[in-house]
Ligand binder design. Sequence first.
Ligand SMILES: Cc1cc2nc3c(=O)[nH]c(=O)nc-3n(C[C@H](O)[C@H](O)[C@H](O)COP(=O)(O)OP(=O)(O)OC[C@H]3O[C@@H](n4cnc5c(N)ncnc54)[C@H](O)[C@@H]3O)c2cc1C
Length: 387
Amino acid sequence: MTSSSLRRIVVVGGSIAAVTAAEALRVRGFDGDITVLSEETSAPYSRVPLSKGVLCGKETPDSALLPPLDGEVSLRLGTRAAGLRVDRRRVVCDDGDEVPYDGLVIATGARARRLARPGQAGEHVVRTLDDATRLAGRIATAGSVIVVGAGFLGMEVASTCTDLGLAVTVVDRDPPLRRLLGGWLADLVVGAARDRGVRFVRATRAVELAGGQEVTGVRIGDRVLTADVVVSAVGDVPGTGWLADSGLPLRGGLVVDDRCRVAPDIVAAGDVTVSGRPGGEFRRSPHWTSAVIQGQVAAATLLHGEVATLPRPDAYYWTEQFGLDIKISGEIPDGPAPTVLAGDPRERSALLQWRRNGRGVAAVSVNHRMPIVKLKRLGAWASAEPG
Ligand SMILES: Cc1cc2nc3c(=O)[nH]c(=O)nc-3n(C[C@H](O)[C@H](O)[C@H](O)COP(=O)(O)OP(=O)(O)OC[C@H]3O[C@@H](n4cnc5c(N)ncnc54)[C@H](O)[C@@H]3O)c2cc1C
């Protein structure tokens, strides 16, 4: 099928990758039918403020809403894709309805990984607006919280909880943030967290949720820690369950190439995807900017194939926690101290660059205002490198 014979494009997913792809299809001149199928009952929203402003009540849930899709796109909320018939070009919905397509964009993101046993209540996660609203209500009256998982999400939740005056314990098997920020920058952030009273517990054994029917804390071997609230921030699971029998390539996520292609007339974008790296490894890039860029790339590829001009890959992401506004371009190497280009890390305000063979591989601003394009240029080598 060629792009000129694509009349019906179906986008499965209801968040930033799906919305970006739908908008990009129109921007690139597609004038056929676009149908977006989202299992959520809420209009598309951003997850970014959920662990920050929405959780502490500084932002309302409405402020997280994405700008509405324009009227030329049919948005079917509360519609979950349950299966895919590639041979017949149909998405099978959970109510049995089958939605035909000529071209398909898969943007089903990820869901929160959970630790609770079946039937055990009281575990909180932060993935959806409902999750955040529920947790916000709970921490508003709680005195203590345990956060399991010291990645970006767990640390942001911990930060918000310290702002609200809760006693916060963060539990992880690995050193906090190290895998994401490298040892040097992780130490800086963890220092800021400790200054605000966060207690870190290194789990030498598997972490389980403690309590019977209701979660009361966490268990690490023989040791039990209790708190009013327990939040699991232990990663996410790509939303590929509905694709299990589709025959599409799944390797811990839906495999895409550098043009977001999955199969003929099928593309994918966002947190649901994995990309092959040299050495046979498949990696995710579960960040906002990746979802936006992949949404644009997926739309361009679906319409124009090999000849589509694509936006430049962009390894840019950010986090806000413990009074630190951290913007990152590139992949921070673990180990070496960066070059300080401006400011002073001891003051927790600096512009940092990691270099390899004389060229920047990553750049980070910490509480340092500067144009994002300049930050991206300082970390440009890593961003531009494939793999
Ligand atoms: C709390 C939180 C804070 C974050 N903060 C930051 C940040 O500060 N900076 C940053 O760079 N990134 C951040 N991220 C990551 C960023 O939000 C994600 O990378 C981004 O949301 C991915 O978008 P997506 O559209 O691919 O997937 P998702 O946002 O997961 O959306 C997938 C959508 O598809 C729907 N769906 C799933 N399965 C089906 C199905 N079978 N049928 C129909 N619909 C389906 C889902 O309900 C959902 O609406 C944060 C994430 C979270 C959870």
